[in-house]
Design a protein around this ligand. Structure first.
Ligand SMILES: C[S@@+](CC[C@H](N)C(=O)[O-])C[C@H]1O[C@@H](n2cnc3c(N)ncnc32)[C@H](O)[C@@H]1O
Length: 270
């Protein structure tokens, strides 16, 4: 029998396997990846794994420091882009198509295991956490960045929740990864948290409308949902998202400047 975890994994995989160009959105979080790699103290020669790496922001940030980087994702589409980006910069990364819930690496293969807005979307959160820990060597670092369900993200979720079908029952919210308490539940005393910071990633766009149009075009899960709606549903989804961005907008010049909070955790694997 198919479990809710398998249903969601396949749905998310199908969305990210579509030929959708995610890079215009990924570039909005380049700074977050650079800061994450710095926080995790990635150094020359470290063996680094970037889980759910997408188009490679974090993998590339680690490779620029001279780390030996493997980028994994269950969709090859983003990884192909990551390889092209690496080549353009003259750095090297290895890639491997892999589900975060079942990583194809030996125990203790990496000095540093990172994921940026990635592993949070694997529905079997305990299994994903166990895999991150398993492939990290004892004494190595785990560094994760996950959206908090606060401010703009909370507003977006409730605005979209009013117009979209509910998620399947039995699958925990990805935003649980945005609370420090969740790490205690998932990892217990198997890690020692060395830093836990709630930070803000700012999004800049021509307008709230332009940002939502970019997300409906370039964010595969949003695009998949949008494409399945009738024209009335599509207008409702776009209007709900635009409303949330407008409410979060701090710009006073007619453009968009909106912050979203994320939790950045760095921990030592014990
Ligand atoms: C929001 S993107 C973030 C990509 C990248 N880490 C970044 O910072 O730009 C989420 C990524 O997670 C990947 N993903 C989601 N669930 C996954 C899973 N169970 N296993 C592997 N990759 C997964 C998607 O394919 C996508 O590339």
């Amino acid at each position: 029998m198919t479990t809710p975890f398998e249903v969601v994994t396949e749905r998310v995989r199908a969305a990210w396997n579509a030929e959708v160009d995610y890079q215009p959105l990924a570039q909005q979080s380049v700074l977050t990846s650079e800061l994450q790699v710095q926080a995790a103290a990635v150094r020359w020669g470290d063996r680094v794994l970037d889980v759910a790496a997408g188009t490679g922001n974090t993998a590339l940030a680690a490779a620029r420091r001279g780390a030996v980087v493997t980028a994994t994702d269950f969709s090859p589409v983003g990884l192909e882009r990551a390889v092209r980006r690496a080549a353009a910069e003259g750095v090297t990364i290895d890639t491997e198509v892999a589900d975060a819930q079942q990583l194809p690496f030996e125990d203790g293969s990496f000095d540093v295991v990172l994921s940026t807005f990635g592993v949070m979307y694997a529905p079997d959160q305990q299994r994903a956490a166990d895999e991150l820990l398993r492939v990290c060597r004892p004494g190595g670092r785990i560094g994760l960045v996950s959206w908090c369900l606060t401010g703009l993200m909370a507003d977006l979720q409730s605005a979209l929740g009013a117009v979209l079908p509910p998620p399947p029952p039995g699958v925990p919210s990805p935003h649980r990864w945005g609370t420090e308490q969740h790490y205690k539940e998932l990892f217990g005393d198997r890690i020692a948290v060395t830093s836990a910071d709630v930070l803000t990633q700012d999004t800049f766009a021509e307008s709230a409308q332009a940002q939502v149009a970019a997300m409906l075009t370039h964010l595969p899960p949003w695009r998949m949902l949008f494409d399945r709606l009738d024209p009335k549903g599509q207008s409702a989804m776009a209007a709900a998202a635009e409303g949330a961005y407008e409410r979060a907008n701090r710009a006073i010049d007619g453009t968009l400047l909106a912050g979203s909070q994320y939790l950045r955790i760095v921990a030592t694997a014990l």
